[in-house]
Ligand binder design. Sequence first.
Ligand code: SF4
Length: 293
Amino acid sequence: MVNSKTCPLNESKPHIPMNYINMAIDKIRQDNTKKLNCIWLETSSCFGEIIALLDGENPSIVSLLTDMVNMTFFNSIMADSGEAAYERLLNTVNSNEPYIFIVSGAIPLKDEGRYTIIANYKGKVITALEAVRSFAPKASYIIAAGTCTTYGGPTAARPNVSEAVPLDRIIDAPVINVPGCPVHPVWILGTIGHIINFGMPELDELNRPVTFFGVTIHERCPRRSFFDYNVFATSFGQPECMFKLGCRGPITKTTCPLNRWDESDSWPIGANTTCIGCSAPGFPDLMEPFIRY
Ligand code: SF4
């Protein structure tokens, strides 16, 4: 039986993204390179990106905050609050220094964006819609973190009462799309690591970094040999290919089989459940039903 423990790809776990991250940290430490300012703006989502980032061990959020960037604004984890927090954001944008602008969440359009308010400043309500329109154009790099930001995701799923849309529908600037529900911390920190080392990463036709989104899960799946020999699981818990149970691995491009989650062997197929295509365009509406019997 081929499983995640015996998969030869296990040996090559997340080398490339970790190299980007470690090289970036070394570069900043050794060259005394000034860290780029970074704004992480949470808009309309479940905040899964933040939970995943907080749960990540290698790389950890500590690496991001202490060794990679100068994080000046981050809704969920910053110490400042209220107008002081918003002023830190404004100061970063108006400083004329380069900054990375990371957005996690879709952008509601209905009622002029009032379904997601990110600040009340000097008596004025600031919507996510207004914020991304104001802060994205001056950014050196714009990263859409998570499937809600890249494609609309669960936030824009039927019936989409807030009329939410992905970030690149709002702004007229290059966006690096890093999908995932939630996005894996390695993909986000690896993208930042690439920016620090080499600048803009190579992107595919959907503006995703090819390092993380160039190959389908299906091509690297430990159960692939079962698929090739037409041996399929008929219920969960069986070790064979789960294609006939509805697996979306053949149309979902991520490095899940290599990176796994939470510093463990845990990932959907490794845990005997189908890939539900959480990183694919159209998730969740176009990926349903998640399970077929
Ligand atoms: S269909 Fe799913 S379980 Fe089967 S080999 Fe492809 S990714 Fe793996």
